[in-house]
Write a protein that binds this ligand. Sequence first.
Ligand code: CP
Length: 329
Amino acid sequence: MSNQPLFDYSQLPAKRATRDNPLRGKSILSVAQFDKEIIEYLFGRTREMREMVQRVGTVNLLRQYVAACIFYEPSTRTSSSFIGAMERLGGRTIPITSGVEFSSVSKGETLADTMQVLEQYADVIVLRHHEIGAAKMAAEYTHVPIINAGDGAGEHPTQALLDLFTIQDELGSLDGLKVAMVGDLRYGRTVHSLTKLLLQYNVKLRFVSPEILRLPLNVMNQVIDAGVDVRETHDVADVIENADVLYVTRVQKERFTDLRQYEEVKNFYEITPELMKRAQEKMVVMHPLPRVGEIHYAVDSDPRAAYFRQVKNGMFVRMALLAAVLGQA
Ligand code: CP
C-alpha cells in the first residue's frame, strides 16, 4: 500500500492549519467540556471531513492510530460510525462491539482492568457502558483518551454534538430556534446532553413527555438557571405548530425496573403525516434512533425528516473528534 495520503489536506482552507486544537489528548466525557469556541472548532473540522469523504472517500490522516471500541450495551449507529470514522481516516480498530460476553468481562474483569488492558493496544478507547459515570471512571485509570459513547441514562456527548451539528446544518443557525424534545426525557441520555449544549445558544425549549418520563430535575434546574424560555407539556399538539426542531426519542424499555410502567407509556406518541401537516414548512424532525414506533414510516419521505441525514453527520462529527483527540486535526 502506498504511504501517500489519498487526500491533500493542504488544499483545505488555510484556517485549519493555523487553529489550535483544544481537544488534543483530551477524553470526551461530557458536553460540559464544550463551549461555543470548541464547538465551532469541531464543526469546522466536521465540515472538512464531510467534504473529504464526498471528494475522495478515505485519507491516511490516522494511519498510525488504533481505536479500541468496547460496547457494554447494544449499538448500531455509534459503534459503526466510530469504526467507519477510523476506516475513513486510514486508522485501525479493535472492535469489541458485538457483545462483551465474548470478552473477559464475562469472566468478571473489572472496567478499570479492561481499560488498562485496552490502552496497551490502542491510542484511544471508545466506551459505551450501562452505568452513569463509567466513562469518567475509565478515564481516571487510563493514559489514552476515553470517548464516552453513552453511559447509562447519563450522557451521550458525541450524539449531542452530531445533533447540534445537524440542527445548524439543516436550519443554518442555532440561535432563535424553538426546540421541542418529545418522548422519554427521563432516561433519554441524548436529550440530557443536547439540552445542556443548547443552553449556550439563544433557544426556547419545549419538553413533551408523559408525567413519569419528565426531564430529570437536575437537568431542568440547569435550564432554569440558564434563564431559557422553557415549558413542559404532555401533548405534542401544544408544540407542533411553532417548533423549529422536533427531537423525538424512544421510550427506553431497558431502563425501566417496572415493565408495567413501560407498557403504559410505550405508545404515548407517534409522529404521523397528519401531525406533520400542522408543522412549519421548515421544521426538522430528528431522532437519535433506533425508533420503535414514535415516528411513522410514512414520515420518512417528508423532506423535513432529518433523522437519516443526522445519522450520516454522526460519522463526520466522530471523524473530527477522533482526529482532534489524536492531535491530527
Ligand atoms: N443513537 C444511538 O446512540 O444509536 P445506537 O444505540 O445504535 O448507537
